[in-house]
Design a protein around this ligand. Structure first.
Ligand code: C2E
Ligand code: MG
Ligand code: MG
Length: 745
C-alpha cells in the first residue's frame, strides 16, 4: 500500500516537473527558432524519424532516430525546442504503440512523456552549464562537438534510464540496480547512436555543401537499408536459431514429458509386477498348502507326514523310541459311504479330524493319509505305555457315535502302533510297520496292536505271497482238484467240490488256507475265480460228454465274499456256463455262512439273480457263522453244508451228535438238502446217514484229486461208499502225500 503511494507520488512528481520543463521550454522558446526549417525538423522527428528504427540483434531495444533529431535540434536551435520535440516525440510514440495494442498502465503514458521532457530539460541545463566547465561550444571544431554530444547523450541516458528504473522498481517492488542494469542499460545505445548521428548530420548541414549532403544522405540511406536488411537477416537467423533452440527445448520437454509418462507407466508396471509377484507368492503358498494338506479335513496329508518323518529321521536315531507312529483305520467306513452317502462319509471324516485335533498335543503331528486312514506322530513320549495310553484315548474318542444331521453314525476303528527304530531308514518303513500293526489289530478284531518284528515277517510273507500269486495264473501254477460228493442214501457220486491248488515253481505246494485269504485281501480271488469257473465247468462238461451216465453230476465251486459283493459275479457265472456249455443246474456255488450273513440283504439279492440263471447254491461251513434264522429262511439256497468241525467232534458212540441232529432237522424243515464235509470214518458216515444227512464229502470217500486221477476213477466206475481202500488207490495217495509233505509258507 505504502509502495503504491510512493509510486504515485513519484509519477505525479515527475509529471509535474516534466510539465514545468515543458512550460519553461515554451516560455523560453526563441521565436526565431520557429521557421520552415524547424517545422520540417519537428514534423520529420515526429512522423518519420520516430518510425525509423533499427532493432539491435540480441537486444530488446531499438535504435531510434528520434534521438538524432532531438540532439540535432539541441545543436541547431537550442534546448527549448529539443525539450518540446522530445516531449512530442514521446507522446506520438506512446500513442502509436497504444494504437498498435501495446499495453500501457494508466500512469505509464504521462510518465513517459513528462520524464522525457524532464530528462531533456536536465540535459539542456547541463548543456548550458558546459561552457562554464570549459567545454567549448565551437562546433566547427569536431572534438568539441563530439565531447558535447557525448556528455549530452550520457546525461540524457543516465537521467532518463534512472527515471524509468525507479518507475519500474516502485511499480514492481524490484531491485533498482538490477532493473537499471537489465532493462534500462541497453537504451544507452539509442542515445549514443542518436547523438553520433546528430553530430554527423549537424556537420553536414552546417559545414557541408548540398552535393556532399545529398551524397551523405544517399550513403546513409543505402547504409541504413543495408544495415536494416543485415539486421533483419541476423534477427531472422537469430529467430531461426531461437526457433531451433525452442524446438530443441520443446523436443527435450516432450522427451522429459515422455520420460515422465514412461516412468509413471513403469511405476504402474512395477506395481502390477509387484502385485503379480505377490499373487504368485500367494498362489505358491496356496499350492504348497494344497500340496501338503488334505482338502476335506484341512489336516496335513501323507506328503506332509512323510516330510516330517524324514526330518525326524535326519535328526538321528538317538531320539528313537521317543517317537511313535499311530496308524488309524476306520473300519466299515465304506459301508457308511455306500449306505448313507458320501456327504455323511465326509462329515464323519471331518469330525474324526476335529476329535483328533482336540485330543492331540501341539507337538504331535496328525495327518490324513487318504480315504479312511489317518496317522499320528506322537512326539517325545518317554515310553511305549504312554503311546498306548494315547492310542487308547484315540480309540475311545473315535469309537463314539458321530451325530450327523440328527442321525447317529457308528464306525469302528483299528490302531497300529509302531515306535521309531534303528531299522527305519525311510519314512515308509515306519509307516509300513504301523500299518502292519493296524492290520494285525483288524485281523484279531482288537482296537490296538503294537508292532513287533514277528508280525512284520508274517505280513512281509503275505506281501510276497500276494506278489507271487499275481503271476501264478500266468505261470499256470494254479490247478483244480476235485473231491467227490456222495449220496449217503445210495452211495452214488452226485458231483465234486472243486478245490484250488497252487504249486509254486520254487516254494512248491502252498496250502489254500494260506493263499486263499491273501487272494481275498488283495482282490486277486476275483480273476482267479473267473478262471476256476471256466476251468471247472469245462471239465465237468467234458466228463459228462464222454461218459453220459454222469450227465447229472454237479460241480461245486467256492465263491469268496469279495466276489459275492462284486456285481460282475452273475456275468462271470453266465460266461462260464456259456463258454463250457454246462447246464446251469449242474453248477453249484458254495458261499460260506459267514460271507452270506455279512451283508445278508445284498447276498439275498445276488443269490436270487444267480438262481434265476438256474445254478444251485450251497451254504458252506454251516455252523461257524452264527446265522440269523430269519435270514437263513430267506436265503435262496439248495444245500446246506455242515462244517467239518461238527463231524469231527462226533464220537464213536454218537456223542456230540446233538448239533448235527439240529442242523439236519433245520435243513429238513427248510426243505433243503444237507451235506456233511470232513467224513473220515465209517462211524461218522453211519451216524450222519442215521441222522438223515443227504450227502457226504470226506477222505473216507476220496481226497481231492487231480482231474486225470478223478477221470480214471470215473472210467473205473468206482464204488465210493464205503469200500474205497487206500491201497486200491496207490497213485492218488502218493500224489496227495506228496502235496502235504511239500514245503509250505
Ligand atoms: P472248504 O470249501 O470248506 O473245502 C473243504 C476243505 O476240507 C478242503 O480243504 C478239503 O480238502 C478239506 N476236506 C475235505 N474232506 C476232508 C476230510 O475228510 N478231512 C479233512 N481234514 N479235510 C477234508 P482245502 O482244499 O485245503 O480248502 C480249504 C479251504 O480253502 C476251502 O474250504 C475253501 O474255503 C478254500 N478254498 C479251496 N479252494 C477254493 C477255491 O477254489 N475258491 C475259494 N474261494 N476258496 C477255496
Ligand atoms: Mg467249500
Ligand atoms: Mg467247507
Amino acid at each position: 500500500m505504502q509502495n503504491k503511494t510512493t509510486f504515485r507520488i513519484y509519477v505525479y512528481g515527475i509529471c509535474v516537473l516534466g510539465g514545468i520543463a515543458v512550460i519553461y521550454a515554451i516560455a523560453n522558446l526563441d521565436s526565431n527558432a520557429l521557421s520552415w526549417w524547424t517545422t520540417f525538423l519537428i514534423v520529420s522527428a515526429l512522423l518519420i524519424t520516430s518510425r525509423l528504427s533499427l532493432s539491435l540483434p540480441h537486444s530488446k531495444s531499438n535504435l531510434s532516430f528520434a534521438d538524432t533529431m532531438i540532439f540535432l535540434s539541441f545543436l541547431l536551435f537550442g534546448g527549448e525546442l529539443a525539450i518540446l520535440l522530445a516531449t512530442f516525440e514521446a507522446l506520438v510514440s506512446c500513442l502509436y504503440l497504444k494504437y498498435k495494442k501495446v499495453f500501457f498502465s494508466t500512469l505509464a503514458i504521462p510518465f513517459n512523456i513528462f520524464s522525457t521532457a524532464l530528462s531533456t530539460f536536465i540535459t539542456f541545463m547541463v548543456w548550458k552549464a558546459l561552457p562554464s566547465f570549459g567545454v567549448s561550444q565551437d562546433f566547427s571544431h569536431t572534438p568539441a562537438l563530439i565531447s558535447t554530444l557525448a556528455i549530452l547523450a550520457l546525461v540524457q541516458f543516465l537521467v532518463l534510464s534512472s527515471f524509468a528504473a525507479v518507475f519500474y522498481t516502485l511499480n514492481n517492488q524490484a531491485n533498482f540496480v538490477s532493473v537499471w542494469k537489465d532493462v534500462c542499460f541497453s537504451s544507452s545505445m539509442t542515445h549514443i547512436a542518436g547523438a553520433g548521428l546528430a553530430g554527423v548530420a549537424f556537420k553536414l548541414l552546417r559545414y557541408g555543401d548540398l552535393l556532399t549532403t545529398l551524397v551523405s544522405v544517399l550513403i546513409f540511406g543505402v547504409a541504413y537499408f543495408t544495415y536494416r536488411q543485415m539486421i533483419k537477416n541476423i534477427n531472422e537467423s537469430i529467430n531461426q536459431a531461437e526457433e531451433a533452440e525452442r524446438e530443441k527445448a520443446n523436443i527435450a520437454h516432450q522427451k522429459a514429458v515422455e520420460a515422465e509418462q514412461h516412468a509413471q507407466q513403469l511405476e504402474v508396471l512395477l506395481e502390477k509386477e509387484e502385485q503379480i509377484t505377490h499373487d504368485l507368492r500367494q498362489s505358491k503358498r496356496d499350492l504348497e498348502y494344497a500340496a501338503f494338506h488334505d482338502n476335506l479335513t484341512e489336516l496335513p496329508n501323507r506328503a506332509y507326514l512323510v516330510e516330517r518323518l524324514n526330518l525326524l529321521m535326519e535328526l538321528g536315531i538317538e531320539v528313537s523310541h521317543r517317537y511313535f507312529v499311530l496308524f488309524i483305520d476306520l473300519s466299515r467306513f465304506k459301508n457308511i459311504n455306500d449306505s448313507l452317502g458320501h456327504t455323511v462319509g465326509d462329515e464323519v471324516l471331518k469330525i474324526v479330524a476335529l476329535r483328533l485335533r482336540r485330543l492331540m498335543r501341539d507337538e504331535d503331528t496328525i495327518a490324513r493319509l487318504g480315504g479312511d486312514e489317518f496317522a499320528v506322530i506322537l512326539n517325545d513320549l518317554d515310553s511305549m505305555e504312554a503311546a498306548k495310553k494315547s492310542a487308547q484315548k484315540i480309540y475311545e474318542k473315535l469309537s463314539q457315535p458321530y451325530v450327523i444331521g440328527g442321525t447317529k453314525v457308528f464306525s469302528d476303528l483299528h490302531i497300529g502302533i509302531a515306535p521309531f527304530d534303528v531299522e527305519h531308514v525311510k519314512p515308509e518303513d515306519i509307516l509300513r510297520d504301523a500299518d502292519i500293526a493296524m492290520h494285525h489289530a483288524k485281523q484279531k478284531n482288537v482296537g490296538l496292536e503294537v508292532f513287533d518284528k514277528d508280525i512284520r515277517s508274517y505280513y512281509l510273507e503275505r506281501i510276497r505271497m500276494e506278489t507271487e500269486l499275481r503271476y501264478a495264473l500266468e505261470r499256470e501254477e494254479l490247478t483244480m482238484n476235485y473231491q467227490p460228493l456222495i449220496s449217503l442214501t445210495d452211495g452214488e457220486l452226485i458231483g465234486f467240490e472243486a478245490l484250488l491248488r497252487w504249486h509254486h515253481h520254487e516254494m512248491g505246494f502252498i496250502s489254500p488256507a494260506k493263499f486263499i485269504p491273501v487272494s481275498e485281501d488283495s482282490g486277486l480271488i476275483i480273476p482267479i475265480t473267473v478262471w476256476i469257473l471256466k476251468e471247472t465247468c469245462s471239465q465237468l462238461a467234458k466228463w459228462q460228454k464222454i461218459m453220459p451216465e454222469y450227465k447229472d453230476l454237479i460241480i461245486s465251486v467256492n465263491i469268496s465274499g469279495k466276489h459275492l459283493a462284486d456285481m460282475r459275479l452273475v456275468q462271470d457265472v453266465k460266461n462260464a456256463l456259456k463258454h463250457s456249455g454246462l447246464p446251469p443246474t449242474c453248477l453249484k456255488l458254495e458261499i460260506t455262512e459267514s460271507t452270506a450273513m455279512d451283508n445278508a440283504e445284498h447276498t439275498i439279492e445276488v443269490l436270487n439273480k444267480l438262481k434265476e440263471l438256474g445254478v444251485q447254491i450251497s451254504i458252506d461251513d454251516f455252523g461257524t457263522g452264527y446265522s440269523s434264522l430269519s435270514y437263513l429262511h430267506e436265503l435262496p439256497f439248495d444245500t446246506l453244508k455242515i462244517d467239518r468241525s461238527f463231524v469231527m467232534k462226533s464220537g464213536e458212540n454218537g456223542e456230540n451228535s446233538q448239533l448235527l441232529q439240529t442242523i439236519i432237522s433245520l435243513t429238513k424243515n427248510l426243505q433243503k438238502k444237507v451235506i456233511a464235509e470232513g467224513i473220515e470214518t465209517e462211524v461218522q458216515l453211519s451216524l450222519l446217514a442215521d441222522l438223515g444227512c443227504d450227502y457226504g464229502q470226506g477222505y473216507l470217500f476220496s481226497r481231492p484229486l487231480a482231474p486225470d486221477l478223478m477221470e480214471d476213477l470215473l472210467y473205473q466206475q468206482t464204488t465210493w461208499l464205503p469200500t474205497i481202500k487206500e491201497e486200491e488207490l496207490p497213485a492218488q495217495v502218493e500224489r496227495i502225500s506228496n502235496e502235504e509233505s511239500l514245503p509250505v509258507f
